[in-house]
Design a protein around this ligand. Structure first.
Ligand SMILES: Cc1cc2nc3c(=O)[nH]c(=O)nc-3n(C[C@H](O)[C@H](O)[C@H](O)COP(=O)(O)OP(=O)(O)OC[C@H]3O[C@@H](n4cnc5c(N)ncnc54)[C@H](O)[C@@H]3O)c2cc1C
Length: 452
C-alpha cells in the first residue's frame, strides 16, 4: 500500500511516524513545498532576534526520515489532486504521483484582515509581512537590516502577535501592538487579566493600542505607517500582521472535497472523498478549527489508524491550551475561561468561578467550573497549579481542594459570623483597606479571622 502525505510539519510528520509504528511495510512518501525537513514554528520569532539559528529549529533531520523509511520530497509543490485516478500533479513537471491512500496535512496560512493596501504591500514585499515559515523570518530580518527599520507595528495582540512583538522589540525596534479587541489575548483572557498583561507588556517597552481597527496601510513605495478607524496615524518602517490563521483548503476544494473554513472531516479524519484523509491545521471538525500543536498530535494518531483501516478511536476535539512564551511572563490559558453571556444562556446554571487576583504581585489565577467539573483556567504570574489543572480538566473537582491550591481563604467576622470568601471577591483580604468594615455588623477589619 502506498500512502502519500502532503505537508511535513507537525501533522504530516507525526502521521507518517504513527503509520510507521503501526505498519512496517507500508510505502510512505511525503511531499512538501518547503525546503526544510520538519522544524518547529514555535520559536520562529526568536530567529528574527537571532536568539536561535535555523538548525536549532529542525526537529527531525533528513536522516530521521531515512531511518524510518519515509521518503521525503522537499521543495515539491502539489498542484492538483485527481481523486478519480488517485494521482497528484506537481508544479514544474508532467509526471503523476500515484497513491492508494492520501493524507492532506496542508496546514494553514496567516489571515490578513480586510485592511486597505495590506495584501498589495505584502505581495510586493514592501515592508508588510506575515510570519509562518523560516523563509518569512529570513525575509523580515533582511528587510529590517537593509532598510535600517526603527519603528515596527504588529497588528494583532494575540499570542503570536505578542511573541513576535517581543522579539522585534528585543531586536531594538520601537514596537507598537495594535489590537482590534479591547484587550490583549482576546481569546485566552478575560478583561481583568488582559489589563494586567497589558501593563507587563508595556513595562517591556512595547506600546499597546487596544480597540483599534486598522483601516489602511500607508506608504509610497515602502510602508510608512497605518491609519486607524477614527483617523489616528501611527508611523512605522515595518508592519507585521499576526491576526489568526486560514486553513489551507485550495487543493481540496479544487478536487471537489467538502470544505468550509477548513477541509471537512468526520471523527476518523476521513474527508468526503474515499481514501483521502486530512489532519492538522487544515481540518474542520464539528464546525471547529484548531491551529495548535496538541490538536495536530492527537489527530495524527487517529488518522494513522484510519488510513490503515484500524478505525478504533474517534476524534472528540482538543481542549484549547495556550502558553505565552515571553521571558519573565508566565501565562497559560486552558479551555473555557470566560463563560460569557452567550454561554450562560445556552447552558445556564451550574457555573462557578474561583478567582485570585493579586494585582500587587501581578498574579491572576482563575478556575472555571460547570456542575463541579473543571472547564478551564487562566494562570498568570503563578502557574504552580498547571499540572493539577492539566490532569483534572473535564473532571469533578473539590472546591476546597481548589481553594488550597490557589491559596484562597475565607475570613470570618468574629462579631457576627459574616464571611469574606476571597474566591468570590474582587480583592484579596490582605489588600482591603485598613478602614474596611464588616458589611453586616460594621465591625473592624481586625475582627475578621482566617477560617481553618
Ligand atoms: C510563529 C508561530 C508560533 C507558534 N507557536 C505555537 C505554540 O507555541 N503552540 C502551539 O500549539 N502552536 C503554535 N503554533 C501553531 C503551530 O505551529 C501549528 O498548529 C502547526 O504548525 C500546524 O501544523 P500542520 O502540520 O497542520 O501545518 P503547517 O505547520 O502549516 O504545515 C503545513 C505543511 O503543508 C505544506 N504544504 C501546504 N500546501 C502544500 C502544497 N500544495 N504542496 C506541498 N506542500 C504543501 C507546507 O509546506 C507545510 O509543510 C505557532 C505557529 C507559528 C507560525
Amino acid at each position: 500500500m502506498k500512502i502519500v502525505i502532503i505537508g511535513n510539519n507537525v501533522a504530516g510528520t507525526f502521521t507518517a511516524q504513527n503509520i510507521r509504528l503501526l505498519n512496517e511495510a507500508a510505502e510512505i512518501e511525503i511531499f512538501t513545498q518547503e525546503k526544510y525537513p520538519y522544524y518547529t514554528r514555535v520559536r520562529l520569532p526568536e530567529l528574527i532576534s537571532e536568539k536561535v539559528i535555523i538548525d536549532d529549529l529542525i526537529v527531525f533531520n533528513e536522516e530521521w526520515y531515512k531511518n524510518k523509511q519515509i521518503k521525503l520530497n522537499l521543495n515539491k509543490t502539489v498542484r492538483r489532486i485527481n481523486p478519480k485516478t488517485k494521482t497528484l500533479e506537481l508544479e514544474g513537471t508532467d509526471s503523476l504521483i500515484s497513491y492508494d491512500k492520501l493524507v492532506l496535512a496542508l496546514g494553514s496560512t496567516p489571515n490578513i484582515p480586510p485592511i486597505k493596501n495590506a495584501v498589495k504591500f505584502r505581495d510586493e514585499h514592501k515592508g508588510l509581512f506575515t510570519l509562518r515559515s523560516i523563509d518569512d523570518c529570513l525575509e523580515i530580518k533582511d528587510f529590517i537590516r537593509k532598510e535600517k527599520a526603527k519603528n515596527a507595528i504588529v497588528i494583532g495582540g494575540g499570542l503570536l502577535g505578542l511573541e513576535l512583538a517581543n522579539q522585534i522589540n528585543n531586536s531594538g525596534l520601537d514596537t507598537t501592538v495594535v489590537e482590534f479587541f479591547p484587550r490583549l489575548l482576546p481569546r485566552q483572557l478575560d478583561m481583568e487579566c488582559g489589563a494586567m498583561l497589558r501593563e507587563e507588556i508595556e513595562n517591556k517597552g512595547i506600546k499597546v493600542v487596544l480597540d483599534a481597527a486598522t483601516e489602511e496601510i500607508l506608504g509610497n513605495g515602502s510602508v510608512t505607517g497605518i491609519t486607524l478607524k477614527g483617523g489616528e496615524v501611527i508611523d512605522a518602517d515595518i508592519i507585521l500582521i499576526q491576526a489568526g490563521i486560514r486553513p489551507t483548503i485550495n487543493l481540496a476544494k479544487d478536487a471537489n472535497l467538502d470544505t468550509n473554513k477548513g477541509i471537512v472531516v468526520n471523527a476518523y479524519l476521513e474527508t468526503s472523498e474515499k481514501d483521502i484523509f486530512a489532519v492538522g491545521d487544515c481540518i474542520e471538525y464539528n464546525n471547529q478549527i484548531w491551529g495548535i500543536i496538541p490538536a495536530c498530535m492527537e489527530q495524527s494518531k487517529i488518522v494513522a489508524a484510519s488510513v490503515l483501516g484500524l478505525k478504533k478511536v474517534e476524534y472528540l476535539g482538543t481542549i484549547p491550551k495556550n502558553t505565552l512564551k515571553i521571558m519573565g511572563l508566565d501565562l497559560t490559558s486552558i479551555g473555557m475561561i470566560d463563560p460569557s453571556k452567550d454561554t450562560l444562556e445556552q447552558a445556564p446554571g451550574g457555573w462557578d468561578i474561583l478567582k485570585k487576583a493579586d494585582k500587587k504581585n501581578c498574579c491572576y489565577q482563575k478556575l472555571v467550573l460547570k456542575d463541579n467539573k473543571l472547564k478551564g483556567a487562566i494562570l498568570f504570574g503563578d502557574t504552580k497549579a498547571i499540572s493539577y489543572v492539566n490532569n483534572k480538566m473535564e473532571q469533578d473537582v473539590d472546591k476546597n481542594e481548589l481553594r488550597k491550591l490557589l491559596e484562597l481563604y475565607i475570613y470570618k467576622c468574629q462579631n457576627c459570623g459574616k464571611e469574606y470568601d476571597e474566591a468570590m471577591m474582587e480583592i484579596l483580604f490582605k489588600d482591603l483597606p485598613e478602614n474596611f468594615k464588616c458589611p453586616n455588623c460594621n465591625g473592624p477589619k481586625k475582627d475578621f479571622k482566617q477560617k481553618e
